[in-house]
Write a protein that binds this ligand. Structure first.
Ligand code: SAM
Ligand code: DTB
Ligand code: SF4
Length: 331
């Protein structure tokens, strides 16, 4: 039996699945206490990093991710659109900054980045950077030279999720391999960008899959700088969304356990309470923050689905005594 009695002070990349499973098995209060202790060792627990998303290219995606409103394989009623003009993206970024966002993340429904789109993306990235926000993009698979070009344009973070465990992966998507995801993450890290990498809970995966998913992240040569934990937004027309609607997703307590274990095994990562907050009570979100989540998406829209209204989040932050992350902590 792995020893889970001592909260871990240092960053380890040699976690075993047994150790991670033992953390999940801890009594809930003990697990949350350990996670909160680790959180306090590395961060001010009253600070939350604020990111805002914009879908700069929506729908019509060639991949078959079984949860996604934007896949061309499923009829979700979503209207596909072309890459947005640069000036419209920059207006949206300015509005996000004015609303308090600290990082602006541009998402495109692509399998991979095409070189012909690079000049427009470079203009978006450098424009957002010039506003004084952190920049992030999620554009599908990247080659190493493309990662270098995005970095040169001023891109701070690149998001590319593993989504689930290697074992459950083929129930989620078959048009892109797990190894291809790891290769893109490597290209991002090699180019000197920060990585944003996490997954989705409630896809029908088991506890063992959640252990294995976090084991993948915790044993990466470098932990993700940002680690988004999404709760599935069940989109009608997608196979996994409809499965979740029929069978129910993950319980709130199991979701908090996942956040807590992520905080313990990746102690210095910004753990983001990502998609799914509109379905969560204030109390459930409070438990996630107690268990070590220290980042959220703000703004009333994620990519294609709703996120809590700004006023709702302002109320939540005030009630919990949370404040935007300081410039020193972001640096
Ligand atoms: N197309 C790019 C890609 O997949 O790498 C970037 C955009 S994609 C929408 C980014 C991530 O959003 C996915 O990897 C997934 O983790 C998350 N996501 C997408 N749809 C979701 C949903 N319905 N519920 C929760 N998370 C979702
Ligand atoms: C991440 O892990 N979650 C974000 C971001 N990274 C790109 C996306 C959530 C999307 C939720 C479904 C939608 O709005 O389409
Ligand atoms: Fe395409 Fe990304 Fe959606 Fe997968 S998650 S279908 S790659 S937009």
């Amino acid at each position: 039996m792995a020893d889970t009695s001592q909260p871990i002070a240092t960053v380890r990349t040699d976690w075993t699945k047994g150790e991670i499973a033992a953390l999940f098995d801890l009594p809930f209060m003990e697990l949350v206490f350990q996670a909160a202790s680790v959180h306090r060792r590395h961060f001010d627990p009253s600070e939350v990093q604020l990111s805002q998303l914009l879908s700069v290219k929506t729908g019509g995606c060639a991949e078959n991710c079984g949860y996604c409103s934007q896949s061309s394989h499923f009829d979700t009623g979503l209207k596909a659109s072309k890459l947005m003009p640069v000036d419209e993206v920059l207006s949206a970024a300015q509005a996000a900054k004015d609303g308090g966002a600290q990082r602006f993340c541009m998402g495109a429904a692509w399998r991979d980045l095409k070189d012909r789109d690079l000049p427009a993306l470079e203009a978006m990235i450098s424009g957002v950077k010039a506003m004084g926000m952190e920049t992030c993009a999620t554009l599908g698979m990247l080659r190493p030279d493309q990662a270098e070009q995005l970095k040169a344009a001023g891109l701070d973070y690149y998001n590319h999720n593993l989504d689930t465990s290697p074992e459950y992966y083929d129930k989620v998507v078959t048009t892109r391999t797990y190894q291809e995801r790891l290769d893109t993450l490597q290209a991002v890290a090699d180019a000197g960008m920060k990585t944003c990498c996490g997954g989705i809970m409630g896809l029908g995966e088991t506890r063992a899959d959640r252990v294995s998913f976090l084991h993948q992240l915790a044993t990466l040569p470098r932990h993700p700088d940002s680690l988004p934990i999404n709760n599935l937004v069940a989109v009608t027309g997608t196979p996994l969304g409809e499965k979740a609607q029929a069978e129910g997703g993950i319980s709130g307590i199991e979701f908090v356990r996942t956040v807590a274990v992520a905080r313990i095994v990746c102690p210095k990562s910004m753990v983001r309470l990502s998609a799914g907050r509109t379905e969560m009570s204030e109390e459930l979100q409070a438990l996630c923050f107690l268990a070590g989540a220290n980042s959220v998406f703000v703004g009333n829209q994620l990519l294609t689905t709703p996120n809590p209204e700004r006023g709702t989040d302002a109320h939540l932050m005030a009630e919990l005594g949370l404040k935007p992350m300081s410039a020193e902590a972001l640096a």
